[in-house]
Design a protein. Structure first.
Length: 164
């Protein structure tokens, strides 16, 4: 028995050693291939995700500031003249380079005389612009505004309101 078990150990030892070496050489190749394929697929997914993020970002980041709220609103009818005009936008505004002009709309066919009024960007949120118009008598008014967002894009627009 001793001989048999000893000979079995000797007989098995080279097989075990040979099979483990062989396993390392040939057995690891499928693992390496699988690992490389997995890394390539993962890298491809990462690149596609990054590309999608890059393509989506400019549409939001480089868009022009949109007027999201105005007081008085476009087409508003007021019982008394506003002491302040407020224009709020979808993006942060530059503190300079903004302009608001107000003018009484003439009868049909006439030209509008616009007066520039002082403006201030609200320092708390950076998206709202206020303007202090002069005293406005009853009539229909046109407000022409121009703002520059922090990304450098300029936006213009018009509002109309009426003071009864």
């Amino acid at each position: 028995m001793g001989e048999e078990s000893g000979s079995e150990e000797r007989a098995l030892a080279p097989l075990a050693t040979g099979s483990s070496e062989q396993g390392r050489r040939t057995g690891s190749t499928p693992m390496i291939r699988c690992s490389r394929v997995f890394r390539r697929v993962s890298m491809a997914r990462l690149l596609v995700s990054a590309l999608a993020g890059i393509l989506a970002a400019p549409s939001a980041g480089s868009a022009h500031a949109r007027l999201v709220h105005a007081s008085p609103g476009d087409g508003a009818r007021l019982s008394r003249a506003p002491a302040e005009l407020s224009l709020c936008f979808s993006e942060l505004l530059e503190t300079q380079f903004n302009a608001v002009e107000v003018g009484l709309e003439p009868p049909a066919g006439g030209s509008v005389h616009l007066t520039e009024v002082p403006t201030t960007v609200n320092p708390r949120d950076g998206t709202c612009l206020t303007a202090a118009p002069p005293p406005l008598p009853p009539g229909a008014y046109l407000v022409r505004w121009r703002v520059v967002s922090r990304d450098g894009h300029a936006t213009r627009g018009l509002l109309h309101f009426r003071v009864d």
